[in-house]
Design a protein around this ligand. Structure first.
Ligand SMILES: [Zn+2]
Length: 142
């Protein structure tokens, strides 16, 4: 189910796989879909809902759908790259980046996982972030 405007449904297959991979590593002390209030953007309030949240470690994990969030790997293909969809994805990516920056200012570490990436690799990236706190910032799955 999509609710429009780049909102993705909860519990996509990619999210479920990432959570299963986290569980497999014993990293099961997370919360799902917790909304965080962010500093206002201009005069608009904003909030974000990470797919997986480690509150004690202040790690927020987003599993971004390649289509809606404009994955640069999956959308090189010009046949699917119409101007309209390019603009839509650019808008979603800009919002994702804005939310990441806002979370950083609140002291969070953010891991952005693309849907096409390995769930096991994503879980290992979380483990590495728990093992070594490199400070607030936005991280990618290696
Ligand atoms: Zn992708």
């Amino acid at each position: 189910m999509t609710t429009g405007a780049g909102q993705k449904s909860k519990d996509t297959l990619a999210e479920i796989e990432v959570r299963e991979a986290l569980d497999a590593l014993g990293l099961d002390h997370y919360r799902e879909h917790r909304t965080i209030a962010l500093p206002p953007w201009g005069n608009r309030s904003q909030r974000t809902t990470p797919d997986v949240l480690f509150e004690d470690e202040k790690i927020a994990v987003f599993v971004d759908g390649c289509y809606w969030h404009g994955c640069p790997v999956c959308f090189r293909d010009t046949r699917t790259n119409t101007a309209e969809w390019r603009a839509k994805r650019a808008q979603n990516r800009a919002r994702d980046q804005r939310h990441s920056r806002a979370l950083e200012t609140l002291g969070w570490r953010i891991l952005r996982v693309w849907e096409h990436q390995s769930a096991a690799a994503a879980a290992k990236a979380v483990q590495a972030m728990i093992d070594v706190d490199a400070g607030p910032g936005t991280y990618a799955v290696p």
